[in-house]
Design a protein around this ligand. Structure first.
Ligand code: ADP
Ligand code: MG
Ligand code: MG
Length: 245
């Protein structure tokens, strides 16, 4: 599904990613771990196409489509979803209106008609119930005054509505208490299937107790320095990152 080859990228002439190779197949969950500043968020931003980063070498290919020339919204339309480490607040735009627009724009970009209002409402309720989201939440302004846990839950709700091929969750677990962490993990577990893939970016091992990855990669100084199965995450929990530097 996603093939990253010899990816070099940076910002303002500073190289941050220094030759990343990564292949993600449909149905797989990959975790990227690594110390602060190793380039985890940069990698997710470059996959999503954030324009402040410059790709200087290598490629990112989604289902045989080279993403190099696609804008972030085009990548989103092709099925790449990136959660934010720090979701923005948008006063005056409700969760419902935001998601309606996002779903319909995605449909239009893929040659589909807008979802009739009735079906949209039904879908919103189904997904909210699946994620055990209080329906009152749907009429609130996007992220305004949301707790950390509510913001993350809302992102999982957006993911549920958009049904991306590849969901990238960048430190969706940071700052969550254990109950909120379980909600996020349950949501991800309910949404993953054989046709989609998940890239979990996390500094800590504990999220991986609940969403079990097929592969774990350690990023250090812009390179993947070690890859393994879920046991690698446990080893990192015990030994830290220093032995890999
Ligand atoms: P991580 O997510 O693993 O903590 P980041 O990808 O955020 O790492 O950062 C990797 C490196 O790139 C760090 O040294 C960071 O300071 C630098 N960096 C990230 N974003 C920018 C930016 N917008 N401008 C300058 N340097 C940046
Ligand atoms: Mg960081
Ligand atoms: Mg980061």
């Amino acid at each position: 599904m996603l093939q990253i080859k010899n990816l070099h990228a940076g910002i303002n002439d500073k190289e941050i990613l220094k030759g990343i190779n990564l292949e993600i197949k449909a149905g797989e969950v990959h975790a990227i771990m690594g110390p602060n500043g190793s380039g985890k968020s940069t990698l997710s931003a470059v996959i999503a196409g954030k324009e402040e980063f410059e790709v200087t070498e290598g490629s990112v290919v989604l289902d045989n489509l080279d993403l190099a020339d696609l804008a972030p919204e085009e990548r989103a339309h092709k099925g790449i979803f990136l959660s934010f480490q720090y979701p923005v607040e948008i006063p005056g735009v409700t969760v419902t209106n935001f998601i309606k627009t996002a779903v319909n724009e995605t449909r239009k970009a893929n040659g589909l008609e807008e979802l009739p209002a009735k079906n949209m409402l039904k879908l919103i309720r189904e997904k909210a119930d699946l994620l055990e989201l209080d329906r009152k939440f749907l009429s609130r302004s996007l992220n305004e005054g949301f707790s950390g846990g509510e913001k993350k839950r809302n992102e999982i709700f957006q993911m549920a509505m958009l049904e991306p091929k590849l969901a990238i969750l960048d430190e969706t677990d940071s700052g969550l208490d254990i109950d909120a962490l379980k909600v996020v993990a349950n949501g991800v577990n309910k949404l993953k299937n054989k046709d989609n893939a998940v890239l979990l970016i996390t500094h800590y091992q504990r999220l991986l107790d609940y969403v079990v990855p097929d592969f774990v990669h350690v990023l250090h100084n812009g390179k993947i320095v070690k890859s393994g199965g879920k046991e690698l995450a446990l080893e990192l929990e015990k030994k830290g990152y220093d032995w890999l530097k």
